[in-house]
Write a protein that binds this ligand. Structure first.
Ligand SMILES: Nc1ncnc2c1ncn2[C@@H]1O[C@H](COP(=O)(O)OP(=O)(O)OP(=O)(O)O)[C@@H](O)[C@H]1O
Length: 256
């Protein structure tokens, strides 16, 4: 019996494609990281890219946001071909994408408010101070930390820092959020809270997300669909349940 899962994408909830990666190749010298990698992210979908350490998850994300140039292949983000964009156009596309970095990337010398104001001040829209205050308050409310506005990052726990970083990601109301190992380094209770938050925000803002992780609890709790990155390719994709029930040892190893 063939127990591998078909790599044909399931029918999306609605047809809109937010990110489409086709036949992507990226090598560093003799290290062939991505080889004919394919991925599609649909609107309102949480897609987990699951892969072992060093499998190329970060390289994939960097290609998607234009920080790395692929050797071959196409990357369409919100209708734009990322490798062909100049810096100005790339910035416009990046404005619509939120990133949650592993290290949170908050400025230690700035208060929570200042950290959240930062992306707003860089934005092409000129927000009034009242609008900025409202957006900061809303973003912190969304992550359950309305009381931290004037605090410094050093006064916050790991879980709180992650929430603040997420609030900063949300403040520009991105259409897509890219999560880089959102639960790494957090205790299990806090990690599960972050999972819940990811799903709650997806429901509230109808965002599409790519979540790269090897935390299987996070995968189970957040993924509408899982793409397995193995040997540079999307080896298979399916729901968590489908992959969990697969007999293929290459898939099984992730669930043991
Ligand atoms: N700029 C670079 N120059 C050379 N090699 C690189 C570069 N960036 C990544 N690599 C190599 O590409 C491979 C994939 O790295 P990547 O960081 O994407 O893995 P990952 O799946 O994100 O791993 P982890 O889960 O540990 O973060 C690794 O072998 C890494 O050494």
């Amino acid at each position: 019996m063939d127990t591998t899962i078909s790599a044909i994408p399931r029918k999306p909830k609605d047809g809109q494609i937010m990110i489409e990666v086709k036949h992507l190749y990226k090598s560093f010298g003799k290290i062939h990281v991505l080889q004919d990698f394919n991925l599609t992210l649909h609107r309102q979908e949480n897609l987990v890219v699951l892969g072992k350490s060093g499998s190329g998850k970060s390289v994939l994300i960097k290609c998607i946001i234009g920080l790395l140039k692929p050797d071959k292949g196409s990357i369409i983000v919100l209708g734009e071909s990322v490798p062909d964009l100049n810096e100005e156009k790339l910035d416009q596309v990046r404005m619509k994408i939120g990133f949650l970095f592993q290290g949170n990337a908050l400025y230690d010398s700035m208060t929570v408010r200042e950290n959240l104001e930062f992306p707003l001040r860089r934005h092409t829209v000129n927000y009034s101070q009242d609008q900025i205050n409202e957006l900061v308050a809303e973003a912190l409310e969304n992550v359950g930390l309305p009381h931290t506005t004037e605090m410094m990052p050093s006064e916050l726990s790991g879980g709180m820092l992650k929430r603040v970083a997420l609030a900063r990601t949300l403040i520009l109301k991105p259409e897509i959020i890219l999560y880089d190992e959102p639960t790494t380094g957090l205790d299990p209770v806090t990690a599960r809270e972050i999972d819940k938050l990811i799903v709650a925000l997806q429901k509230k803002y109808h965002t599409a997300s790519i979540i790269i992780t090897h935390d299987m609890h996070c995968v189970k709790n957040t993924a509408d669909r899982v793409a397995l990155l193995l040997n540079g390719r999307c080896y298979t994709e399916g729901t968590y349940k489908e992959l969990e029930n697969a007999e293929d040892p290459k898939i099984k190893q992730f669930f043991e």
